[in-house]
Write a protein that binds this ligand. Structure first.
Ligand code: PLP
Length: 272
């Protein structure tokens, strides 16, 4: 990480559909003692690449945790429009924080991120995104404003895409029927693709994939045989990196290694 920042990892519970556990956050914070002084907690919801959607209860726990530990909450919510699970619902951290009322809603410092490249539009070529800052210390805000004003801005096309994403056609607008038809089609296809990706992955020997409730990825666990692990060691690679390379060379399939405690593959299934 640049600027001398240190990364303190915390792990999600795979067996429980990649749930975030409070004890794990405490463990991670404790592990930083003597190494660095953590100032922020970064959460991705819906998860990438894990594909889970956080429950309101879990978000409330996170908010209480950051408040107690005086951490800046960085909520990466770029996949908020990509929800597929029948019972899953995206709720923003800002909403949950507001609902929790004072003394949390007026003190917890929060940054929420969104991008035109994600969402259901998936416009990766149109570079544009935003961050919404809540309860930020005015002394810090001053520096952020300076930073944002001196940094080069997103290209005009990206800014237009972002504007369209935020101000969508409404019922009664001339373009609404076509917009509605196209977005419904995209959503239906994405739900279908997400379910199909998980079911195909789970049908493969040695693979185990948690349900995908949101986001753009599936993150299956792969149980590699000892010989494959040995072979990877011989060529000086992590076993999942080795597997991905072989998959690309032999089957033309592009997966990325998971870089997780156990072997996982990161795979996007979004093409429609
Ligand atoms: C969770 C998450 N946040 C942020 C980004 C950055 O998005 P972009 O740079 O396309 O706006 C990505 C891109 O893959 C992502 O997966």
């Amino acid at each position: 990480m640049g600027l001398g920042a240190v990364f303190v990892p915390y792990y999600l519970s795979e067996e429980q559909g990649w749930e975030l556990h409070l004890e794990e956050l405490h463990r991670a914070l404790e592990s930083a003692k003597g190494v660095c002084n953590p100032v922020a907690l970064y959460v991705i919801n819906p998860g990438n690449p894990s594909g889970q959607v956080q429950s309101r209860k879990s978000m409330q726990e996170v908010i209480r945790f950051v408040s107690e530990k005086r951490l800046f909450l960085l909520a990466d919510e770029v996949y908020q429009d990509c929800i597929y699970g029948e019972k899953s619902e995206f709720v923003s951290y800002k909403k949950v924080l507001t609902e929790m009322g004072p003394s949390l809603s007026d003190t917890v410092e929060l940054a929420s991120f969104h991008s035109a490249s994600k969402g259901f539009m998936g416009e990766c070529g149109l570079r544009g995104g935003y961050v919404e800052l809540v309860n930020l210390d005015p002394a810090v805000l001053k520096y952020i404003k300076t930073l944002f004003s001196t940094d080069s801005c997103a290209p005009v096309l990206g800014q237009m895409a972002l504007d369209l994403m935020m101000n969508r056609p409404q019922p009664g607008d001339p373009s609404y029927p076509l917009y509605d038809m196209e977005t419904q089609h995209i959503r239906t296809t994405l739900v279908h693709n997400a379910k199909r990706a998980v079911s195909v992955l789970n049908s493969l020997q040695g693979f185990c994939c948690q349900p995908v409730e949101g986001g753009a990825f599936a993150f299956p666990r792969v149980y590699l045989p000892p010989k494959a692990i040995q072979k990877a060691k011989e060529v000086g690679m992590q076993p999942d990196t080795f597997y991905c390379l072989r998959l690309l060379e032999e089957a033309g399939l592009l997966f990325s290694p998971g870089y997780f405690a156990s072997w996982h593959l990161r795979t996007s299934w979004r093409n429609y």
